[in-house]
Write a protein that binds this ligand. Sequence first.
Ligand SMILES: NC(=O)c1ccc[n+]([C@@H]2O[C@H](COP(=O)([O-])OP(=O)(O)OC[C@H]3O[C@@H](n4cnc5c(N)ncnc54)[C@H](O)[C@@H]3O)[C@@H](O)[C@H]2O)c1
Ligand SMILES: N[C@@H](CCC=O)C(=O)O
Length: 514
Amino acid sequence: MIKYKHEPFTDFSVEENKQAYLEALNKVESQLGADYPLIIGGERITTEDKIVSYNPAKKTEVIGSVSKASKDLAEKAMQEADKAFKSWKKVKPEIRADVLFKAATIIRRRKHEFSAWLTKEAGKPWNEADADTAEAIDFLEYYGRQMLEMKDGRKVESRPNEYNRYDYIPLGIGIVISPWNFPFAIMAGTTVAAVVTGNTVLLKPASTTPVVAYKFIEVLEEAGLPKGVVNFVPGSGAEVGDYLVDHPKTRFISFTGSRDVGLRINERASKLSPGQIWIKRVIAEMGGKDTIVVDKDADLELAAQSIVKSAFGFSGQKCSACSRVVIVKDVYDQVVNRVEELTNALTIGDPTDNANFMATVIDAAAFKKISEYIEIGKTEGRLVAGGTADDSVGYFVHPTVFADVNPEARIMKEEIFGPVVAITKADTFEEAIDIANNTEYGLTGAVITNDRMNLEYAREEFHVGNLYFNRGCTGAIVGYQPFGGFNMSGTDSKAGGPDYLTLHMQAKTTSETF
Ligand SMILES: NC(=O)c1ccc[n+]([C@@H]2O[C@H](COP(=O)([O-])OP(=O)(O)OC[C@H]3O[C@@H](n4cnc5c(N)ncnc54)[C@H](O)[C@@H]3O)[C@@H](O)[C@H]2O)c1
Ligand SMILES: N[C@@H](CCC=O)C(=O)O
């Protein structure tokens, strides 16, 4: 077995790679507007009611129409997942892992095609789409290998005339609920973590990005996944989501999304349904309000570059995005001025054109919410860049920077999930870290400093799940920087980390006396 190594990113300055991506975009464009069914127990089921997926950069362009699960169909999927669990849980871990390795190979062969779907369906610029696809491959390769490491359980001690074992066994039926912002990587990673550990799954992808999820289920089928192990049930969060979360046969819920929905799921999952014989396990990865702290003794160009890239990559629509900056007063003006220059130089436009650094936000609701926050920002800080938006063709919000913002301001504390960053000043490095900690979230953060003692201070005091030094705060790599946050950012489940699979299993001790 080749040692795990993360999937390299594509260099689009190489003409061959550029041409390959353009060809993939053409291929995807020729397939737009198709109908996609539900997949329940391997059966394709088409419903009258549809979720229509649109291109956020061309509002009226239909990416695809996906059948929408009702409660009855969700119940049918639950029965199929229950049936499939009886056999899938007995399939050897090595065989389950092989399905993941084969799926990774299939995706690697069609890498640009998958990324092109992300460009069209989620509005991802080329490099962002490429990173999303690479991360999906990484999850498959990494979790497959993790399962092989855990297949014989963990070592425990035995005494004379005694044989003790500690084995991991699957949990049961998992509900996987995924977000639209990493519509491939997070959807695929959360699904296959559940599958490789021997569980069966009902996958409810985000309603704005169901087509790429369907394409992934096709890959799993091609890789040999038996019918009913993953059931594809897109639907309304409120209707199908609640029904599945409440269901007595649901053993665990793997959710990635907003704080409010995560808390709702956590609360509902804690209530016992008639016939339920376990405590449901909830894995919840939620929002962020992530800070970059700039010290007085720092590489200021690195600081400004890191802020702009982390704030505006994929239009700030990452839970890890830098949405607040705290700068020590000595270098405040210099950094703010450079952030302004860099922001004004960003190129914005349709993501199919690789010349554009940034494209749209995901849909009309996001456009409205972010535009409202920009208006709030105008009353809470000094507008330094951006502040405008245009939804005439697609949902374009211009990269926006507010300076001189009070640490208690709304734009400093609430997750905006768009290309808006708020900057504030601190007297000292210690005060900067206090301000950085001053939110209910605790997902990512970064510190830019050349002062070793201040780095060590931040290592202890900056309370976030993913803390980065002298770089931006986005872009965790599977197996290298396991990802997940503290406080209202979720259950710190650390996707892409060595403990992640254990969340999908239960440990069984057996002790035999001879
Ligand atoms: N911590 C992480 O790893 C991580 C990663 C990506 C995104 N996020 C967070 O996700 C959010 C953006 O994603 P989003 O807009 O898709 O989030 P969202 O919470 O609106 O939706 C996430 C998923 O939950 C579903 N859903 C909605 N209501 C539901 C209900 N009542 N029951 C069950 N499911 C329901 C949605 O249909 C979707 O599939 C941001 O807050 C971002 O920070 C966190
Ligand atoms: N894992 C991604 C963020 C996922 C949430 O949106 C990162 O590290 O940037």
